[in-house]
Ligand binder design. Sequence first.
Ligand code: 5AD
Ligand code: SF4
Length: 583
Amino acid sequence: MHPLQCVLQTQRWGPLASVSWLLLRTCRAHSSVPSTACPSSERQQEDGVQKDFSSRLASGPTFQHFLRSASAPQEKPDMEDPPPYLTVDELLGRQRKVYLETYGCQMNVNDTEIAWSILQKSGYLRTRNLQEADVILLVTCSIREKAEQTIWNRLHQLKALKTKRLRSQVPLRIGILGCMAERLKEEILNREKMVDILAGPDAYRDLPRLLAVAESGQQAANVLLSLDETYADVMPVQTSPSATSAFVSIMRGCDNMCSYCIVPFTRGRERSRPVASILEEVRKLSEQGLKEVTLLGQNVNSFRDSSEVQFNNAASTNLSRGFSTNYKPKQGGLRFAHLLDQVSRVDPEMRIRFTSPHPKDFPDEVLQLIHERDNICKQIHLPAQSGSSRVLEAMRRGYSREAYVELIHHIRESIPGVSLSSDFIAGFCGETEEDHLQTVSLLREVQYNMGFLFAYSMRRKTRAYHRLKDDVPEEVKLRRLEELITVFREEATKANMASVGCTQLVLVEGHSKRSATDLCGRNDGNLKVIFPDVEMEDVNNSEVKVRAQPGDYVLVKITSTSSQTLKGHVLCRTTLKDSSAYC
Ligand code: 5AD
Ligand code: SF4
């Protein structure tokens, strides 16, 4: 008999299908290490747990129960009402030490803290020392093949650690969290027998249960995607006490279905967190003394909080001119302009940024607000992906090159001095040399301050995988990518040169990694600024000389630049309010 005990549930919404499953299988059936490798005390202990567990499992969960617990992510973990095959005690972390490692985007950084917040409440401890960990959790990324390869390589390293640990009292448990768990599901458990836990991006509330199951030597997985999970009530734990900035997740998922992108399949449908809970988190961060929040989401400016019924009849907001969507128009709810307005009022000394937006959702209200409000950074990420209208159509981005360029002009008119960044993909299906040159010319035309450039990586499940041919040879993709990087750098250096001689407001982060005598911070456009750590005046008290600390605002006169960093000398310590007029 196959040792796998698996319950499948399929749920369909629109174009997305998600398979949710909870999976349990015995240690010996899957372990690559012979059972004799287990020390007898541990084996006896495990045998006891296992028999007990197996008998409870046999008499315990029904099919209905699995369906219920599969949709449990929306509920808080209920310690008083554990699933029938676990005791309350087994659901608790019992001071086990968890080591968390994050890969990929800022959403994953935030998700790591959400996962940790949930585990901490369950009695787990966190360790920064891999060697002393009882549980290692990797928060993973699937966006490109290379991102996944990094995880596979890491798993091979961890295998050695786990094998060694099997001889100790507490066996090491390894979990894959996030997009890769969602994309590959049981393929991971089959390929890497040493993985004990799989948790998709919407299943973090289920981690205490998954870990409890893994404790008894079973593999455990929950990869159910949710229509409404936003972890609104889970406040991520601020891990570094000296941190000046934090990420605040405001929405999850994506409905855009760009033809190359795996995100809608790994992170599910778009849903927004209620405004009230976002404001509560921002207020708490302000009380903790943080000076910068970055609002996070896959399509952060498509935000639409429909949780308050009275706002649900509101007319739909206009898309940027010349932009369309792959989905039916959505109506009502509190939109991004409202949220941005509210968030920026919480603390005038707190900088507000947001990422990653979609170019289609930049109505004038948003642009005006960014222009008017001193503490909303004049920095916009506007992922173009390609400079060729033909490729943009194949990518299903919903705009042409012309519409994108018109939007750039409109943004620059609305927010003078705005700093712009973008994402580009080199070598998408069918991209010709002429298409590539169109992208080069867009980079020259816009002159971005920052850029994120990638070679196209075919992802299974996507529309491009099913309908298009990945026909640009790897070496051509890489050559085109190199060309884009070179052009981007040249243009960014030119764009940054305009800052030389200007005085910029910099939020100090700490000492420069390269030199203990220099400080490092970020300007309004999010570029790194390096300057000597010297005494300076404070604008509010000219009597005393001060040294800048992390979290201070200082004025820095820019003296030189490269494509990625600015250098200068510090003039004085100031506040955000007192420094609105510069350059
Ligand atoms: N291949 C290469 N780059 C990709 N991106 C998304 N999917 C792929 C892919 N399959 C890039 C896009 C996106 C950024 C987050 O990653 O540029 O904006
Ligand atoms: Fe992927 Fe497009 Fe959604 Fe961005 S907008 S996450 S590129 S599908």
